[in-house]
Design a protein around this ligand. Structure first.
Ligand SMILES: C[S@@+](CC[C@H](N)C(=O)[O-])C[C@H]1O[C@@H](n2cnc3c(N)ncnc32)[C@H](O)[C@@H]1O
Length: 212
């Protein structure tokens, strides 16, 4: 991920955002030691943001597309009330192992159910309305994920979409991933079922509220 704001400001935002718990700091270290693309991890600023949103929305069911090593799922689980649940989707067995071990070590891990396999299949099997979702996986499928998730989201529910600026490539989309992200941004700007705002935080975060 290309840093879009000046690196010193990104570092400043990190320093003045409250620290995540020690288990999450350890998960960052572990991810950098064990994974091939550790920079995919959401990290402190976005993780604390997700936790805050969960505290505000008080969801019963959260759906996450793209677990990786579990950092964002654990951040959201921290903000979730007892009885709330997160279903998180992953296809990479290596990421699954690291994430499941992190969930097992965490006091919030019991709220998270990791489902292996293509996310679209998992989403299509859901039989409960989604209150909040976080989309953070294969970018070419972003428009598909959005539509499948929105139809299963309760009115007033929140859809959060990561990498909405895709390192700036949305300005001139060339490959399938950039085209997927840019296409979804376009769809959102014209979708009267929702209200949205694209926040230029980190790599861009779309906040989408379903109206009805
Ligand atoms: C950017 S990472 C997710 C980062 C994670 N949210 C975090 O906070 O650390 C994207 C993840 O999506 C997974 N992924 C990609 N395509 C997928 C698919 N079709 N179904 C489920 N997971 C997928 C990848 O294996 C990768 O671990």
């Amino acid at each position: 991920m290309k840093i879009l704001v000046e690196e010193a400001l990104e570092e400043y935002a990190f320093q003045v955002t409250q620290e995540e718990p020690e288990n999450l700091q350890k998960l960052v270290t572990l991810t950098y030691e064990q994974m091939d693309f550790p920079e995919m991890i959401t990290g402190r600023v976005e993780g604390r943001f997700l936790k805050l949103l969960v505290q505000l929305v008080q969801p019963e069911l959260i759906l996450e597309v793209g677990t990786f090593t579990g950092y964002s799922a654990l951040s959201m689980a921290e903000g979730l009330t007892e009885g709330g649940k997160i279903i998180t989707c992953e296809i990479d067995p290596k990421a699954q192992k690291v994430a499941q071990e992190a969930f097992d070590r965490s006091p919030f891990g019991h709220k998270i159910e990791l489902r292996m396999g293509p996310a679209l299949e998992t989403i299509r099997q859901l039989d409960q309305a989604i209150d909040l979702s976080f989309i953070d996986a294969d970018k070419e499928n972003y428009p598909l994920y959005y539509e499948e998730i929105l139809t299963r989201t309760r009115p007033g529910g929140l859809v959060i979409i990561d990498n909405a600026l895709w390192s700036g490539q949305v300005l001139k989309p060339q490959d399938a991933a950039s085209k997927g992200v840019a296409r979804l941004n376009e769809i959102l700007s014209k979708d009267n079922r929702i209200e949205n705002v694209l926040l230029t935080v980190r790599d861009g975060i779309q906040l989408v509220r379903k109206k009805w």
